[in-house]
Design a protein around this ligand. Structure first.
Ligand SMILES: Cc1cc2nc3c(=O)[nH]c(=O)nc-3n(C[C@H](O)[C@H](O)[C@H](O)COP(=O)(O)OP(=O)(O)OC[C@H]3O[C@@H](n4cnc5c(N)ncnc54)[C@H](O)[C@@H]3O)c2cc1C
Length: 388
């Protein structure tokens, strides 16, 4: 019998388990993989502020530190953004194999039980709460809990069984492929983003340095717009930009680009991170929001235990907190994503050219927008919406 069972030891789950345990709850964190953090299905970029909000920075899990982002239009017009303007994924490139394990260790240190190689198969409602079915090292187990936190990633089993989320449509998910390439020759002070409807339909390609001449080189595409699998787009991108080096790892994965869901709770259950589609609809970045959502879920779990109220009505305060934290950004970036999807390559080139070469790091966001509007007055409608 636990106060809280958390399913999934990614950033969202470990942060939820750590927070709830620190508040004195009995917590079980289960992870289906044998080793937390591997395989890494992530380009590992995160802004410094988003990270330091929740964890003390430890150089052991920082692979690289960057000063900004270089964005390339389809015709390779370059726009350079300083780190502070480049969003939630630019600042540090993590070593998630170590980072995710570190977070799970913090949860354990705070008092949570951590079970690896343990898959949550589902749950049943009981009079006092929930019975969670687990398969641990080939054996079936059942644990009782008052609160279940689903942090089980994209296509969350807990979320679907609870009826909070549905299977995503092909237009609501980015399909991603990524190589870790060693011996790459790039300026390691930047992360690189490449746009283009032909290059990466509905998404973009990236190169994120990991130090020591290695980098995550990947691509995300919207399957609803793509003509072939993500890996083929990735190989074509590598050929096109002339990336050299040795491929030492390959991963494929998916990330929700849904926008804001109306609720991430039902009686006794909260969802956080990718399970609640908390990743950014423009960039697909989800670590920052996963950490934030995990934190809020852990705090609300403690309040629910204190109030002895696990109803959806009570847990809705978790919705209020994650929405006031980053809900507006999810909504705005969903609108912006829909707008970008309508732009053809010629327009993307024109937009990039209108600000390329300007000292963007010295400009305010408003000044950049004014520059864009000067050459692209049709942007006014969407930008008005975006900033209202
Ligand atoms: C190729 C790629 C590149 C990306 N790059 C970036 C980036 O640069 N920056 C960024 O911020 N975000 C990036 N993302 C997104 C980011 O990886 C996710 O948003 C983030 O990992 C979400 O964290 P989470 O804790 O919600 O879920 P996850 O990290 O997915 O963790 C979920 C965990 O739940 C476990 N699990 C699932 N089902 C069960 C079950 N039934 N029982 C037990 N355990 C279960 C899984 O094994 C997993 O460990 C990228 C994603 C992809 C696919």
């Amino acid at each position: 019998m636990f106060d809280v069972v958390v399913v999934g030891a990614g950033p969202a789950g470990s942060m939820a388990a750590k927070t709830a345990a620190e508040k004195g709850l009995s917590v079980l964190l289960v992870e289906k993989r044998q080793e937390i953090g591997t395989p890494v299905r992530c380009a590992e970029g995160i802004s410094k502020d988003s990270l330091s909000r929740f964890v003390e920075i430890d150089r052991k899990w920082i692979a690289a530190e960057v000063v900004g982002a270089k964005i390339y239009a389809p015709d390779m017009t370059e726009v350079v953004l300083a780190e502070e303007m480049a969003g939630n994924e630019v600042g540090f490139v993590l070593e998630r194999k170590i980072f995710d394990r570190h977070l799970a260790r913090l949860a354990a240190k705070a008092g949570a039980e951590v079970f690896v190689k343990t898959t949550a198969l589902g749950f049943e409602r009981t009079e006092g709460g929930l019975k969670v079915k687990l398969r641990r090292l080939g054996e079936d187990w059942e644990v009782e809990t008052k609160i279940l936190i689903g942090a089980d990633g994209v296509e969350s089993r807990i979320g679907r069984e609870a009826g909070i989320i549905k299977t995503l449509k092909m237009s609501e998910i980015e399909s991603c492929a990524q190589y870790l390439i060693s011996g790459i020759d790039i300026d390691e002070k930047y992360t690189y983003f490449y746009l283009g409807n032909d290059l990466a339909p509905g998404g973009y390609a990236w190169i994120f340095p990991k130090g020591d001449k290695s980098a995550n080189v990947g691509i995300g595409i919207l399957p609803s717009l793509a003509k072939m699998p993500a890996k083929q787009y990735l190989d074509r991108f590598i050929e096109k930009v002339g990336v050299r080096g040795k491929i030492v790892e390959f991963v494929a994965g998916a990330v929700p680009v849904y926008g804001e869901i109306s609720t991430a709770v039902t009686d006794n259950i909260m969802l956080c991170g990718d399970a609640a589609y908390h990743s950014d609809p423009i960039t697909g970045g989800g670590i920052a929001n996963a950490l934030a959502a995990g934190y809020h879920a852990g705090v609300v779990a403690a309040e629910a235990v204190e109030a002895k109220d696990y109803s959806a009505g009570f847990l809705r305060r978790y919705d209020e907190r994650w929405k006031s934290d980053f809900g507006l950004k999810l909504r705005r970036n969903k609108k912006l994503q829909e707008f970008f999807l309508k732009l053809d390559d010629a327009t993307l080139n024109r937009l990039a050219r209108s600000i390329s070469g300007k000292k963007i790091e010295e400009m305010s966001v408003q000044a950049i927008i004014m520059e864009l509007l000067k050459t692209n007055p049709s942007l006014i409608e969407v930008l008005k919406d975006f900033f209202s």
